[in-house]
Design a protein around this ligand. Structure first.
Ligand SMILES: *Cc1c(COP(=O)(O)O)cnc(C)c1O
Length: 242
């Protein structure tokens, strides 16, 4: 006789969220930082709407998406859940910026002037300003995207002058490193840049670093928002995506 083990998606997600949140709080404590100072962004790219609903019913409100059309589709499907906070964290093509400006609450991946200007122009004045982070290309960056730290100041000046954007901080996606020490070394210049920036402007409160593989180094480097997908929703199946 075979026993059918019922696979309850919502229950699995709820357990994973609790585990990840607990792990984050432990790392915050080890890092001697204030309890609750690191937010969890649930990265739901490629996952079905039911997975987001499962996380929502477990209390998760901030969701991160990488693909514009998928993000917009989910935004419309879940429009009845009015307190979801939508974060766009993927590469932005300029012809897709309007879709992002119309729907998202946050964009972590602003990496060039043209995109910043378009997002501000296209953001409806009826909506709250779009919260943005500047994506920084720190050494060891796996993708080519991101602003060099040497160009950070001019990007900050540009964005703080744009009426429908609100600059909240910095984001980075470093290439995978060998170990904790190497991860911290790659984050160090970013940590310093964020510290200086947040001292100069009280609206700047977000350092978006840390994924499943480097939470400890990111939290020790001053992360205020970690972006976790797999540890919450399970492995992604890209073959299922068109
Ligand atoms: C996919 C992704 C994540 C989450 O990665 P996991 O390994 O699934 O935790 C975080 N940040 C960005 C920018 C991503 O694209």
């Amino acid at each position: 006789m075979t026993i059918e083990v019922e696979h309850n998606e919502a229950e699995d997600i709820k357990i994973n969220l609790a585990l990840v949140s607990q792990q984050i709080e432990q790392l915050v404590q080890q890092s001697q930082r204030e309890a609750g100072c690191v937010r969890l962004l649930a990265v739901s790219k490629t996952k079905p709407v039911s997975a987001l609903e499962g996380a929502y019913s477990a209390g998760q409100r901030a969701f991160g998406e990488n693909y514009v059309q998928e993000a917009v589709d989910k935004y419309h499907t879940l429009s009845h859940l009015t307190d979801i906070e939508w974060h766009f964290i993927g590469p932005i093509q300029s012809n897709k910026s309007r879709l992002i400006a119309d729907t998202m609450d946050w964009v972590h991946s602003v990496d060039r002037e043209k995109i910043a200007r378009r997002l501000s122009e296209q953001r409806s004045a009826d909506l709250p300003p779009l919260n943005v982070c500047i994506q920084i290309n720190i050494s060891g960056e796996s993708s080519k995207s991101g602003v060099a730290l040497s160009e950070l100041n001019s990007m900050v000046d540009l964005i703080t002058g744009l009426p429908n954007l609100r600059l909240r901080g910095l984001m980075a996606i470093p290439a995978p490193q060998e170990n904790y020490a190497a991860q911290c070394a790659v984050y160090e210049p970013l940590r310093q840049a964020f510290l200086a920036l947040s001292k100069s402007d009280s609206m700047i409160d977000t350092l978006s670093i840390g994924m499943s593989g480097d939470l400890s180094a990111a939290i020790d480097s001053g992360s205020t928002m970690v972006r976790v997908g797999t540890a919450i929703f399970g492995a992604r199946d890209y073959s299922a995506k068109v």
